[in-house]
Design a protein around this ligand. Structure first.
Ligand SMILES: [Zn+2]
Length: 356
């Protein structure tokens, strides 16, 4: 992995990342006080004993709406640095505060569920839609093995979606090129695909470690997320090699059901759906998702098969309306036969749903 990471660092840059233990306890020894800890209420309950109240002021995140956050920033106290402590929301809010206030930023992800800690922009909501805004390169991202392992295992494992989705992203990009539908600004780039593929292969070789959330699993998945988090920027704000129908299925499920999800479950479902539509190693991807311990049965994410079927049958109009980049979702006709095939594959791998 080192050779690739080194090469990439020359091209665009990956965030300095440190693995270790007792990393929260060390913050007060080097972060310029007074500093703001941007975190969630439950996490602050768990970790506040690491901070001297004279040095650290907590901001408990209540919104990731961009307009609301702009007002919140106005009310925050004067400080010299920002610490982001949490999953995606706290990490993104910390980026936003550091960006607006032009302050040094230190990020401490508390789970592996998303790659937010390793990306330049904050994924905020504007009128309910996700937009990636701002610019925040942290001084360092600190990955504490004990902190990560304290998060629920199924949340940690779900982060594998951020890497396995490269498989369907690549199939979409090649299809778009073949159809003459690829964007002028994002012509097919096999070198970029090969680079993403090597990250994907590394993760595929450590599925059991990731399922176990052992030290090796944490290093492999976080290193992969480190590459993937910066990949959008490093490819010139091009998402083609890292995202496709996998995430579009998730957006459609969110849109049609109004439900909140653990990111990795609907995205992994989208990876299997996309692999089936492309007829490209679908069973291998399903088996990898299962082996890593991510449950993609609709019931496991609080959905019915009818709700999934509705979202998928409307996927084609959804991606066109949303203006998402061209892929198999734009042309595939998803009908009852496909849904039956999908259900058969998933039930065959996971068994019938017996309740949580
Ligand atoms: Zn994602």
């Amino acid at each position: 992995m080192n050779g690739r990471a080194g090469g990439l660092a020359q091209l665009g840059g990956l965030f300095p990342t440190v693995f270790g233990r007792n990393l929260i306890g060390e913050l007060e020894n080097f972060v310029n006080p007074p500093f703001l800890v941007v975190t969630m209420p439950d996490l602050w309950d768990r970790f506040s004993h690491h901070f001297d109240s004279a040095a650290a002021v907590a901001h408990l995140v209540e919104t990731i709406d961009g307009d609301e956050l702009a007002q919140v920033v106005e009310t925050l106290p004067e400080c010299s640095a920002v610490v982001g402590l949490g999953g995606g929301q706290a990490i993104d809010a910390a980026k936003y505060v550091a960006w607006r206030r032009r302050l040094p930023l230190f990020q401490l992800p508390t789970s592996m569920s998303v790659n937010a800690a390793f990306g330049h922009r904050a994924g905020l909501r504007f009128s309910g839609n996700v937009r990636y805004v701002g610019w925040a390169v942290p001084e360092a991202v600190y990955v504490d093995f004990d902190v990560i392992r304290a998060a629920p295992a199924h949340i940690n494992r779900s982060g594998i979606c951020e890497i396995l989705c490269y498989h369907t992203a690549h199939a979409d990009w090649r299809l778009a090129a073949k159809r003459g539908k690829v964007e002028d600004k994002w012509p097919l780039d096999e070198a970029l695909i090969a680079e993403a593929r090597s990250v994907l292969d590394e993760v595929m070789g450590h599925l059991d470690d990731i399922r176990e959330v052992n030290e090796t699993g944490i290093r492999v998945l976080m290193d992969a997320n480190r590459w993937g988090g910066a990949a959008y920027h490093n490819a010139g704000w091009n998402p083609r090699h890292i995202e496709g129908i996998d995430h579009f299925v998730f957006y459609a499920l969110e849109y049609f059901t109004g439900r909140k999800f653990i990111h990795g479950q609907p995205v992994c479902l989208g990876i299997y759906v996309g692999s089936l539509l492309h007829d490209d190693r679908a069973e291998e991807m399903l088996s990898a998702i299962h082996r890593a311990g991510v449950d993609i049965r609709p019931e496991a994410m609080g959905l019915t098969w009818e709700e999934v079927a509705h979202a998928l049958k409307n996927l084609r109009s959804f991606v066109r309306q949303a203006g998402l980049w061209y892929g198999i979702a734009h042309e595939a006709e998803i009908d009852d036969r496909f849904i039956a095939r999908l259900e058969q594959g998933i039930t065959g791998q996971y068994g019938e749903w017996q309740g949580a």
